[in-house]
Design a protein around this ligand. Structure first.
Ligand SMILES: [Zn+2]
Length: 241
């Protein structure tokens, strides 16, 4: 009797294992890419228009020693950012996928061909002089003149950058009530809200070291990923009538 009880336990154990493995295998047989939440529930409405700086044929736009080229740095990180944003489901459009400069008005034409809601994000390195090392340092955000939705988008990026990397020197202008600088750069003039990041000075030796630090640039991409989620919420939330 005792022996029989032992076998009974083994048989029950085997049955449980086989049920568990069927359930387990069934789980893997279902679409491996399926989300834990219903796929139709999670999608993005905002199109992100990424604007890489200049083109390889634009004169200047480099460190005084020529080791750093703004167009190449900007394209590399704009493409990395685009991959992040595509991976989390955003639609991404590039205004200058080519190496050479398509022209500022052509960039704006490409931006305006995108239907909203969309945001333009332009990534540059600043410069204080023309080919000599200078002392100006820091990153800054730029929007068009006047109070627009772009100001709040820039403010979201500012708050997140400051929260995660407060030691990074920041240049700001609070005379108009927010932290961004304002200038009607052509690439900020499309129909969409637009923010330009002047990321550090390529003609300052300390800033250039930071520009060329891949871990720091990658950290900033993650900050931008989160910022775009918040910007999407700001730009697409329908106000109660
Ligand atoms: Zn530039």
């Amino acid at each position: 009797m005792k022996k029989l009880k032992k076998y009974w336990k083994l048989a029950l154990g085997a049955l449980l294992v086989s049920i568990a493995s069927v359930v387990f295998l069934q789980d893997f047989k279902s679409n491996a890419g399926a989300s834990l939440i219903d796929g139709s529930e999670y999608h993005h409405e905002l199109t992100i228009i990424l604007d890489a700086a200049h083109g390889s044929d634009v004169a200047g736009k480099a460190s005084p020693d020529g080791t750093h080229r703004e167009y190449a740095w900007s394209r590399f990180w704009i493409n990395q950012l685009g991959k992040h944003l595509t991976d989390i489901g955003f639609t991404v459009v590039y205004t200058a996928p080519e190496e050479t400069e398509p022209g500022l008005t052509e960039r704006v034409r490409r931006m305006n061909a995108v239907s909203g809601p969309a945001i333009v994000f332009s990534l540059h390195n600043n410069a204080a002089g023309c080919g000599e090392w200078k002392s100006a340092r820091g990153w800054s955000l730029w929007t068009t003149k006047g109070v627009t939705r772009s100001d709040q988008c820039a403010e979201i990026i500012y708050i997140n950058m400051l929260a995660f990397i407060p030691e990074l020197p920041f240049r700001y202008d609070i005379s108009d009530g927010d932290h961004d600088y304002e200038a009607n750069f052509t690439v900020l003039m499309s129909k969409h809200p637009s923010v330009l990041l002047e990321y550090m000075f390529q003609d300052n030796k300390l800033d250039l070291e930071l520009i060329e630090n891949p871990a720091l640039s990658l950290t900033i991409l993650y900050i931008l990923d989160v910022s775009f989620l918040q910007i999407e919420r700001y730009l697409t939330t329908k106000k109660a009538a």
